[in-house]
Design a protein around this ligand. Structure first.
Ligand code: UDP
Length: 328
């Protein structure tokens, strides 16, 4: 792998490896790490990510290297000492992980094991991007990290929920058995530019529908709640969780505690897109959580972190990016 050896010998900067680098969140993390002066190795099999997301990273400087690879197969970084492993690779939208259910389970199990082994080999700090889905359809509200969750292990979301829970358990065992420096971040609904138009999530669906003058598809009665964090805030939380000293072995929620019903959220999107609110009701998908809201007390104390970007500002930037995508 000559390119990798080259950047190792050329530049004396921390080396970060990001799995899922071509994804929505992964690509924003890559950009931020490059800004922080890291050399970044990006891995992706592009099953849901896209190379377009990495345009900035590829064009901006030589400190970024991308490898199209599936991390459920072995991947070796020869002669390169990796300092930080950010493990984000996994389909993350309900539509994508249903479509890629077995791949989702394998990347979160075998893929996570491969990345943890690499972290042991390189003595690298390790961050697992987990999910609020670890709480399933929660019976405790808002959700603190100490809540064990309410997950249907046989349901249609189990391929994601349970494989992320397995990834969390495996990460904890590597921390215990190998004293690996790990942290687990439970990521709550994150939005921003570079979300895929067709990934089926509520933010791209509602924005695209509003911009096209179509009715907004509300699943169920729209009384279910979510809270939305802007991608730059999420990335800031991930960086603090990796770099702050008191985070080894911890699990931390990173999300926005401002909670909205999906019907309220439809109204906000319609207003920001400057269209009349027009809704069509569709069936609620199986096991769709009725409520979701992070308790971020731990992030506040350990990381001094809380979201800084308002929903209005974040959505305005996101809507702008979708206007561009749809008019290209
Ligand atoms: N949802 C909706 N209409 C859509 C897409 C999603 O009403 O077109 C609802 C979905 O049922 C869920 C919430 O919005 O209650 C958030 O869904 P999303 O797929 O964004 O992510 P989730 O939080 O379920 O992982």
């Amino acid at each position: 792998m000559p390119e990798v050896e080259q950047i190792s010998s050329q530049i004396n900067a921390p080396v970060s490896l990001v799995t899922g680098a071509g994804g929505f969140l992964g690509s924003h993390l890559v950009d931020r790490l490059l800004l922080e002066g890291h050399q970044v190795i990006g891995l992706d099999n592009l099953c849901t990510g896209s190379l377009e997301n990495l345009d900035n990273a590829m064009s901006s400087n030589k400190k970024f290297k991308y490898f199209q690879t599936d991390i459920t197969a072995a991947f070796i970084l020869p002669d390169l000492k990796c300092d930080f492993i950010w493990h984000l690779a996994s389909p993350a939208s309900p539509v994508d992980y249903r479509r890629l259910s077995i791949e989702t389970m394998l990347v979160n199990s075998i893929g996570t094991k491969n990345m943890l082994d690499m972290a042991v080999e390189h003595n690298a700090k390790f961050l697992l991007a987990s999910t609020s889905e670890a709480y399933g359809d929660p019976q405790v509200h808002p959700q603190p990290e100490t809540y064990w969750g309410n997950v249907n292990p046989l349901g249609e979301r189990a391929c994601y929920d349970e494989s992320k829970r397995f990834a969390e358990a495996l990460t904890c065992e590597y921390h215990r058995c190998y004293c690996l420096d790990t942290r687990i971040i439970r990521i709550f609904n994150t939005y921003g530019p570079r979300m895929q138009i067709n990934d089926g999530r509520v933010v791209p669906n509602f924005i695209c529908q509003a911009l096209r003058g179509e009715p907004l598809t509300v699943y169920g009665d729209g009384a279910q709640t979510r809270s939305f964090v802007y991608v730059a805030d999420e990335v800031e939380g991930l960086l603090r969780a990796m770099f702050y000293e008191n985070t080894s072995g911890e699990v931390i929620n990173i999300g926005n505690p401002d909670e909205y019903t999906i019907l309220e959220f439809a109204g906000i999107i319609a207003r920001l897109c400057k269209v009349e609110l027009n809704v069509v009701y569709k069936p609620l998908p199986p096991d769709d959580p009725a409520k979701r809201c992070p308790d971020i007390s731990k992030a506040r104390v350990l990381l001094g972190w809380e979201p800084a970007i308002s929903l209005e500002l974040g959505l305005a930037a996101t809507i702008d990016s979708f206007v561009h995508k749809l008019t290209r």
